[in-house]
Design a protein around this ligand. Structure first.
Ligand code: PRX
Length: 664
């Protein structure tokens, strides 16, 4: 039975959604509220009264080999330590615990491949594979504290690899499959990874990408990288370098079956995950063991109101982003939940594949990014309309602000008007969800992430003095430490302090987003205040893209800005000057895009390229991106008198006018 809409009533749907735009709040449905784990608003006040006690009560839900002596050590801010003295193992919490409780037969992942192949991986399967792979890593000489890169994509082995690292105390460094091999090399180099786990090939909308081959082409001889472990995922041909490369299945066969989980200190590193900041060099966000798992597990359990016995949860992110770490792997597995894991894109083999899988696995909870919702709106509601989505009871979004129209479409077409939506605000740095509705308590307002999770304290402050702002826009800050906070930037404590804790002191975390708080105390996150661009929920630094463009032959200089984009939230616009006195051609545009794809990944390619004779610079040579933003968006130009050469702007204006004329 299909419950959605058909093409001919898309117009009626539009009218209905327009009508809903005036609804200010959506209360949790009574039925949802009645069965929700949290449905009493007093939890907020309770958590506030004793926030350390609240977090300790969440940590108690995990298995500890030894309980902590101190909940929080805040003697050396901003280097906070949580659950000091506690001993635990994350893979034990995510796997063994459920098997020991008699739930080994429960499916951990319903994996679905691009071509329709399926694998159900139970908790017992994970238990077997994780132990063997942990031993295989040990056999290769990987030890506690060694960094292991993972560049695999969305196949179950990615979870096995992450958990096996956690089991022996190796620090994983997962790279999103959409990043280029060049980016992988860079991340392996920065983190001094000792091993890299990758695949022979990966599915890309009906084609197979030769992943190992492209890794080989750039990896060269990294001094620290001793092993490349290759999962035979697609049977793609590849060279195996003697003494360095091994097949995953072969080392698994040779490994001993039992590997007791290592007792890890609560503050032992769990993973490093590179993300974009204001400079071209990505930041290695470091998360540790006890606090991270406490945050990921508690937020997953309470924000998604999970019932491990009956829910089928699906987070459509990629495991290579923080969302995948916390809400595909560690959150759901620590809670013993059954998840769907989908290998591919939302539009292959057809534009209704997500909804087909919701019907097939009777998914109850669905978590995705606003950009994907906007793509689905564009494709038309007839695609979800073909499938039975009545199993869904809760929806979530993450990664960027959601526009109210997309929220309402999600609510109506996917949620059938009956599912609460949790708009979750957080970051790679925060490790876990920070601002979010609690679905059995919070009345939601489309476009607002609503309120801080219990125990979290945030504020909106003015840029100069850091004083709270009651009305209007300011900078979002976090005022108390929280368990899943990043501990540092990998091997770069100074940059950690500089980026997050310098502006308002060592006890106030600078988020990097602008936000406002409304009269009801609801938070509305507006977007980044730094040179970070959010394209389809993917975080990119303008400096990173600039450096990839400048590395292209014939480019002299580049300046990159983020522009509002209907589909992807933001899109990249690049101003480029070429070497010699030349104007760019469409072929040169293609070369630049290809260069960016090669150096970073396809998702970082500029949508718009504007060739310029010169860029607006201050007398000290700094490019004035503010002026570029104004000009790209057709706004009146502000003060240009501080420019070294004010005529540059007039020339650029001409250029943009000509571009618009050509479009018309
Ligand atoms: O600007 C905010 C935006 O994404 C940034 C964090 O990006 P990243 O570390 O890649 O993590 C994304 C997934 C957690 C934030 O600084 N952002 C994330 N979620 C939201 C959001 N903006 C508005 N609303 C959200 N729900």
């Amino acid at each position: 039975m299909a419950t959605g809409h058909t093409t001919h009533d898309d117009e009626a749907l539009d009218r209905e959604l327009a009508g809903l735009l005036s609804v200010e709040r959506f209360d949790p449905p009574a039925e949802f509220r009645a069965s929700a784990t949290l449905n009493d608003p007093s939890v907020y006040a309770e958590a506030d009264r004793d926030w350390q006690g609240w977090w300790a009560s969440q940590a108690e839900k995990l298995h500890w080999f030894k309980k902590w002596d101190q909940v929080l050590d805040d003697s050396n801010p901003p280097f906070y330590k949580w659950f000091v003295g506690g001993k635990l193992n994350i893979s034990y919490n995510c796997v063994d615990r459920h098997v020991e409780a008699g739930n080994g037969g429960r499916v951990a992942y319903h994996w679905h491949g691009e071509e329709g192949d399926e694998r159900d991986i139970t908790y017992a399967d994970l238990h077997r594979d994780v132990q063997r792979f942990a031993n295989a890593l040990k056999d290769l000489g990987i030890k506690k504290g060694d960094v292991v890169g993972i560049y695999i994509g969305m196949i179950p082995e990615v979870a096995v690899a992450m958990l096996a690292c956690a089991r022996i105390g190796a620090v994983h460094n997962v790279v999103f499959g959409g990043f280029s091999a060049e980016s992988v090399r860079e991340r392996m180099e920065f983190s001094e990874a000792k091993a890299l786990i990758t695949v022979d090939g990966a599915a890309r909308k009906g084609k197979i990408a030769a992943v190992k081959e492209s890794v080989d082409a750039v990896m060269g001889d990294l001094p620290h990288l001793e092993h490349i472990i290759v999962v035979k995922a697609k049977g793609t041909e590849c060279q195996m370098k003697d003494g360095r490369d091994v097949w995953f299945h072969e080392i698994m066969e040779r490994a001993a079956p039992e590997c007791p989980a290592e007792e890890m200190d609560a503050e032992d590193p769990l993973f490093v995950l590179y993300t974009s900041g204001s400079t071209a060099k990505p930041k290695g966000i470091l998360h540790t063991t006890g606090g991270y798992l406490t945050g990921a597990s508690a937020t997953h359990r309470l924000v998604f109101d999970v019932k491990p016995e009956s829910d089928v949860y699906w987070c459509c992110a990629d495991v290579g982003w923080i969302t995948g770490h916390s809400y595909i792997v560690y959150g759901p597995l620590s809670n013993g939940v059954t998840s769907v894991m989908w290998e591919g894109a939302p539009d292959y083999p057809h534009k209704g594949i997500w909804w087909e899988l919701v019907e097939r696995y009777k998914a109850t909870i669905f978590y995705t990014a606003p950009t994907a919702i906007r793509a689905c709106i564009k494709w038309g509601s007839e695609h979800p309309g073909k499938f039975d989505l009545s199993s869904l009871r809760l929806l979530g979004t993450v990664g960027e602000p959601i526009n109210p129209k997309a929220w309402l479409w999600y609510h109506k077409v996917i949620g059938g008007g009956r599912c609460p939506i949790v708009d979750t605000w957080w970051q790679t740095e925060t490790g876990a969800i920070m601002i979010t509705p609690l679905p059995g308590i919070t009345s939601t307002k489309p476009g607002s992430a609503t309120q801080p999770f219990p125990g979290i304290s945030v504020d909106v402050v003015d840029e100069r003095e850091g004083k709270p702002i009651d009305e209007g826009q300011g900078l979002l800050v976090i005022k108390r430490p929280w368990p899943s906070m990043l501990r540092t930037l990998y091997k770069d404590d100074d940059r950690f302090v500089e980026v997050y804790w310098k502006k308002f002191g060592k006890e106030t975390y600078l988020v990097g987003d602008a936000a406002r708080r409304d009269k009801d105390g609801y938070y509305w996150v507006i977007g980044r205040i730094d040179d970070v661009v959010n394209v389809s929920g993917h975080r990119l630094s303008t400096a990173e893209v600039e450096s990839a463009i400048v590395a292209c032959e014939s480019v002299a200089e580049a300046a990159v800005i983020g522009q509002h984009d209907e589909d992807t939230g933001q899109a990249i616009t690049a101003f480029v000057t070429l070497q010699g006195d030349r104007q760019g051609t469409p072929e040169e545009e293609d070369l630049i895009r290809a260069g960016v794809a090669e150096r970073i990944g396809k998702f970082a390619r500029p949508k718009r390229i504007i060739f310029a004779d010169d860029l607006p610079k201050t007398r000290s040579g700094k490019i004035m991106r503010r002026l570029l933003r104004d000009i790209a968006e057709g706004r009146a130009l502000g003060d240009v008198t501080t420019l070294r050469d004010p005529t540059v702007m007039a020339a650029l204006e001409e250029k943009i006018k000509a571009e618009h004329a050509a479009e018309d």
